[in-house]
Design a protein around this ligand. Structure first.
Ligand SMILES: Nc1ncnc2c1ncn2[C@@H]1O[C@H](COP(=O)(O)OP(=O)(O)O)[C@@H](O)[C@H]1O
Ligand code: SF4
Ligand SMILES: [Mg+2]
Length: 329
């Protein structure tokens, strides 16, 4: 049982001909009951990846050019490839097998529709149940997210706090019992306490329903707290992946090393009052281009040997690293 992404490439063409691979030959696996984080800074293509799994990537500017997204849940007879489904079959996958919590709860909920009605509508669109049954289920799911379902059913999104809106989104994502959940930066817009509550909710859901979670975040500390495995993502490619604690305690790729050094809680050589390490520069469109390591412009170890496409290598202990300088982990 699991979700397997094989050789996924997604092209993004913003002005018709100037195209980049915003996801480039990606291989990822997520087992049922496992939380896997995709970690990388803003602009690295994490949301595109999440959207592409459900084929929700913006159609006018982007195109899935190759790959397979194979999924097998307990509720299915056989494995399917999401990329081969017709539009009707795709509706049966979205929400039912794979759900997504979108990056911004403020814009993902319909502002002029009561939250209870939004959840009820999602149930009625997929299940043959009466309106009363759908309403009862919506109330139950709001309750399970620590929102009083009965009194809040008729609230509009603007009447809720950011944390409550995010929990409504989670209720909506879970109401059809998917076996995989994609959570795109679900805590980024929240304060620390609310963010911890949302993380705890996701952990509870994983435990109770044995769901597989793809947790997208720019925050390595959050990824460490919630995930079994981490994929470190940069400019549309996986730079390194491995078991969470192994990867944090023994990073191999210069980008992972730099990310960890820039987080005081994770860095082993940081002392208070010391100036915190920062990775020079920003991610740019040029980083997505071919013919060089995508991290080249910002890497502290780069040399002329890195001016070629770099493939990913597998090491013992389930670690994969994309760097020619890493010979062992
Ligand atoms: N609607 C869009 N139009 C054009 N470019 C976009 C659009 N959305 C994202 N991009 C570009 O695609 C790249 C990846 O974006 P995204 O997947 O949103 O990154 P992340 O989620 O990691 O912050 C970025 O370089 C971004 O500028
Ligand atoms: S291949 Fe070169 S530029 Fe890329 S991460 Fe390794 S050392 Fe840095
Ligand atoms: Mg994003």
């Amino acid at each position: 049982m699991g979700l397997e992404i094989k050789n996924l490439t997604v092209e993004l063409c913003t002005d018709g001909h100037n195209c980049i691979n915003v996801a480039d030959s990606l291989f990822l696996t997520i087992n049922e009951g496992e939380v896997v984080s995709i970690v990388g800074e803003s602009g690295s293509g994490k949301s595109f990846l999440g959207l592409s799994i459900l084929r929700l990537n913006p159609p006018r500017i982007s195109n899935i050019t190759s790959g397979e997204i194979r999924i097998k849940c307990k509720s299915q007879d056989k494995e399917i490839d999401i990329l081969k489904l017709n539009p009707e079959e795709l509706i049966g996958v979205r929400g039912r097998l794979v759900s997504m919590i979108f990056q911004d709860p403020n814009t993902s909920l319909n502002p002029v529709m009561k939250i209870g009605e939004q959840i009820t509508e999602a149930i009625l669109a997929h299940k043959k149940v009466s309106k009363k049954e759908a309403i009862d289920t919506a109330v139950l799911y709001l309750d399970s997210m620590n929102i009083d379902g009965k009194s809040r059913f008729g609230s509009y999104p603007y009447e809720l706090s950011g944390g409550m809106r995010q929990r409504v989104m989670i209720a909506m994502a879970m109401v059809l019992h998917p076996c995989f959940l994609i959570a795109d930066e679900p805590t980024t817009a929240l304060d620390v306490t609310t963010s911890l509550r949302v993380l705890k909710l996701i952990e509870d859901i994983r435990e109770k329903s044995n769901i597989g979670v793809i947790f997208i975040t720019h925050d390595l500390t959050v990824a460490r707290s919630i995930s079994d495995r981490i994929y470190v993502f940069y400019a549309g490619q996986v730079m390194e992946s491995g078991n969470t604690e192994d990867l944090i305690n023994n990073p191999a790729h210069p980008y992972t090393v730099s990310l960890i050094k820039s987080v005081p809680f994770l860095s082993t050589d940081y002392t208070p009052k010391q100036r915190l390490f920062t990775i020079p520069g920003f991610i740019t469109k040029d980083d997505f281009s071919k013919g060089k390591c995508r991290f080249y412009s910002r890497c502290f170890k780069r040399d002329e040997n890195c001016l070629t496409d770099i493939s990913i290598s597998s090491f013992e202990g389930g670690r994969d690293v994309r760097c020619i300088k890493v010979k062992n982990v």
